[in-house]
Design a binder for this molecule. Sequence first.
Ligand code: SF4
Length: 373
Amino acid sequence: MRTIDSIIAELQAVASNPKKAMDDYKKATGKGAVGIMPVYSPEELVHAAGYLPMGMWGGSKSISKARAFLPPFACSIMQEVMELELEGAYDDLEAVVFSVPCDTLKCMSQKWKGKCPTITFTHPQNRKIAAANVFTKGEYEVVKEKFEQILGVKITDEAIENSIKVYNANRQAMRAFSDLAAEYPNIITPAKRHAVIKARHFMEKSQHTALVNELIEAVKKTEKQPWTGKKVILTGIMAEPDGLLDILQANNFAVVADDLAQEGRQFRVDVEENTGDPLMALAKAWQALDGCSLATDPEKPRGKMLIDMAKKYNADAVIVCMMKFCDPEEWDYPILIQEFEKAGVKNIQIEVDQEATSYEQTKTRLQSFSEIL
Ligand code: SF4
């Protein structure tokens, strides 16, 4: 049996070098990859076609070329994606899929500068009515047809059903891993937890599941150590770069759960299996996703979900990781603050800027927050 460190190192290598993961997949299968723009797409369709869905979660480049195409107040992650796009980082993809829940993504889908074709679709915002599922299924049918044309393969219902099972198994493994990380914060540091989860965006899902399950078994064999630091929940689009997560570790914060679009929101809802109508099952999963700033819901359940999560994981606080210039997340924030204050949930907001190389302000704020807690 391999050691915890060696399994985590393998996942960290994938998370930090998606291009190599894509090249390795091509070498092994003879098939390429399809770019998945944040945040939600029916990745199962790409998997069912035998291609690798590749998450496009930006990078940590200094922004220069992207300034010609995006205003400075476009969100940090899309500045990074545009920069990478202009540098040709996505030229080897077979296609790129966009869902367009915010203005920035709408602009990005129209300004695509990469060599490969794009597929754009819409998720309905009036999500809780039956007609929403019919609409979403219609959109997914169009996406599937475009994949078939571009990739030159037939995507059968049987293959989609199988991919749904592969994805559900991965979601279950990720939920189990996230809970285990909360029990072993001395071993699974914030940066390691993030790398294990992020790697799922660049690996064939059954391979990622196998590695995560191996990691879970290895961790379970070790003795639990008492945790003397604070426990926190992260919410937002994403918590990167690692410099930010290292500040959490340095200040003895353990991440016991998350509500990040790049992490927990991706695996908290399973898709119904063996329905005979896999596209409708995928559509219903969008309807069932709650508490995300991109999934419109006038009831705004996110605050309550986070308060319940804080109770469940005995967390000391919630850290709102605010993606720089992300409108949907900024609109949720005033509501969250009021609900947290009312429920007595301690909280702090920190800024996520992928381009940042220095985190002195965040460091000082988190140090003070740790002392307050
Ligand atoms: S949801 Fe926020 S972070 Fe994502 S593309 Fe839109 S503005 Fe950017």
